[in-house]
Design a protein around this ligand. Structure first.
Ligand SMILES: Nc1ncnc2c1ncn2[C@@H]1O[C@H](COP(=O)(O)OP(=O)(O)OP(=O)(O)O)[C@@H](O)[C@H]1O
Ligand SMILES: [Mg+2]
Length: 511
């Protein structure tokens, strides 16, 4: 039996950065018409391997062949010519242009030197049809959900006669239906013979879509497996190099003051809090030491509510009291001074400062809270940084590393450390484990439960229902900008949560 020729074959690829061997003699191959998942912990080298394949980084050593011919890229344009297309996690499109313009941007068909708009629209429509996407090419990109925008990014990527499509964590901000739509598109491209490289920290998704897996650990190749032939538990063990036991450890104490029957004052109480166009008036209580999970689809109002509570956006109705004292939080600064901190879901725009070091990023919120004229002593900064590097497993464990040189998941850990470091009374975490690997996720969940046991209140927003169920004492569910449920978390199943998120029909059974 002769094996088909791989469309991508990378042999003994090495890439080093100052102080870090990001890839050490890694070999990797992909066949036409397969979905291949690149797996590994945060910092394992996945994005680096992708950047070698797409010509963004040049390799220190190793051989690359595409459909049997040896290549050495000197830039991304060359990789594209060979039919390698990439969609990065942050969609880099222009929301104020139409869908069609975005798909064709920079390579519009021309007639007599001018852009041929008719041909541009027709070509864009063809590409959308190829993916079976029913989107009007003339509609404004910004009018669509992030998920649709991501599919448009794929339509754009596959224009260049794609043989290989690379998706680096494409699903981290999509809800279940949107992931299903993306997978439909992936399957139809696969049927056309495109090889798809899919990176995700969601094991369920990997097992659903991938035919083959390659596991990296610490810049080295662990192995290549058929998805059907490797058990999840073995896969995780290969990724982290040891058995994962942490998940079972998470035994949270029951929280008995949640009903408020004993007259305890909630740390946070919102009554009729709302803002037109963002969120319908809601009532919410969060007690000291309580973890309140917040679930709901993207755009259901989860983030909007968090932004109002934390002083970023102003409500136009209702009232808020903190620790029994009424008063609005008019700015994030005011919120912080009353013990309320918000860690944004948007790590690029509102999160880490890429040009600063790990130490400076971690100390940032604490410093802002103290005022810029009262510098935190260097020794204190060092202690803080060292303890969070340890607790969250930030890699490389170097306080002086620039955050822009960290892998995606490690940047997320730095952002989390910043908010944990100020030890707020109420911490609102918006998608804190997005892009974080299985092992680190378990560590972070443990930390959150610990902090709550020591009296911190937490609002935990996540699209991952298993995670919400594991952590929360109580769960609040948002749908269409309204709070549709507020239930104790005892023996709720993922299915019943999903049902409430979808239509609220089994609210009574679940509570
Ligand atoms: N430009 C750079 N300069 C210095 N070090 C870098 C650079 N890019 C990546 N690294 C380092 O190389 C290693 C591999 O990073 P990479 O981004 O490939 O990880 P990853 O597997 O994609 O992780 P994640 O799941 O967190 O996205 C990390 O230790 C990272 O800090
Ligand atoms: Mg990465």
């Amino acid at each position: 039996m002769s094996e088909p020729v791989p469309v991508v074959e990378m042999t003994n690829i090495s890439i080093s950065f100052p102080g870090v061997k990001a890839l050490d003699q890694v070999s990797f191959r992909m066949f036409p018409g397969e979905v291949h998942s690149l797996m590994g912990e945060n910092g394992a080298g996945k994005s680096t391997l992708i950047k070698a394949l797409t010509g963004v980084y040049s390799v220190d050593s190793g051989i690359m062949t595409l459909s049997g011919s040896r290549v050495a890229f000197t830039g991304p344009a060359q990789a594209q010519e060979f039919g390698i297309s990439t969609v990065y996690q942050e969609v880099n499109l222009l929301t104020n242009l139409s869908v069609g313009e975005n798909i064709m941007l920079g390579r519009e068909p021309r007639r007599f030197g001018l852009i041929d708009w008719r041909a541009t629209r027709i070509r864009a429509a063809e590409l959308l049809t190829r993916l079976h996407l029913d989107i009007d090419p003339n509609s404004l990109l910004g009018s669509h959900s992030l998920a649709i925008q991501q599919l448009v990014a794929i339509a754009r990527a596959i224009d260049v006669q794609a043989k290989v499509l690379i998706l680096d964590e494409p699903t981290s901000s999509l809800d279940a239906d949107e992931v299903a739509e993306l997978f439909r598109v992936i399957r139809s491209l696969k049927d056309e013979g495109v090889a798809i490289l899919f990176v995700s920290h969601f094991l369920d998704q990997v097992y659903e879509i991938a035919d083959r897996l390659t596991v990296l650990r610490n810049g080295s190749l662990v192995g290549e497996y058929l998805t059907d032939e490797i058990l999840r538990i073995d896969l995780v063990q290969k990724m982290i190099g040891k058995e994962l036991t942490l998940l079972d450890d998470l035994e949270k104490k029951t929280h008995d003051s949640t009903s408020g029957d004993d007259g305890e004052t909630p740390f946070l109480q919102a009554i009729g809090l709302g803002k037109k166009g963002a969120i319908e008036p809601i009532d919410l209580k969060v007690y000291e030491g309580e973890v309140v999970g917040m679930a709901g689809l993207l755009g259901s109002g989860r983030t909007e509510l968090a932004r109002i509570i934390s002083g970023i956006d102003r409500p136009d109705s209702g009232s808020l009291s903190i620790n029994g004292k009424p008063g609005r939080l008019r700015t994030p600064r005011a919120a912080l001074s009353r013990g309320v901190a918000y860690s944004s879901e948007n790590r690029k725009a509102e999160g880490v400062v890429e040009e600063l070091t790990v130490r400076d990023n971690i100390a940032l919120a604490l410093q802002a809270d103290r005022g810029w004229f009262r510098r935190i002593p260097k020794r204190r900064q060092d202690e803080l940084t060292a303890s969070y590097i340890q607790a969250l497993g930030i890699r490389p464990p170097n306080p002086d590393a620039l955050v822009k040189n960290l892998s995606g998941g490690n940047q997320q850990k730095v952002l989390l450390a910043r908010w944990l470091a100020i030890a707020p009374r109420l911490l609102i975490l918006d998608e804190p484990t997005r892009g974080i690997d299985v092992g680190a996720k378990a560590e972070i969940q443990k930390l959150v439960v610990n902090l709550a046991e020591n009296g911190m209140s937490v609002i935990f927003i996540s699209a991952e229902l298993e995670e919400v169920l594991r952590l929360s004492h109580r769960i609040v569910i948002m749908r269409d900008r309204t709070m549709v449920a507020d239930i104790q978390n005892d023996d709720i199943s993922v299915e019943s949560l999903l049902a409430i998120i979808a239509d609220g029909s089994i609210l009574e059974d679940a509570s």
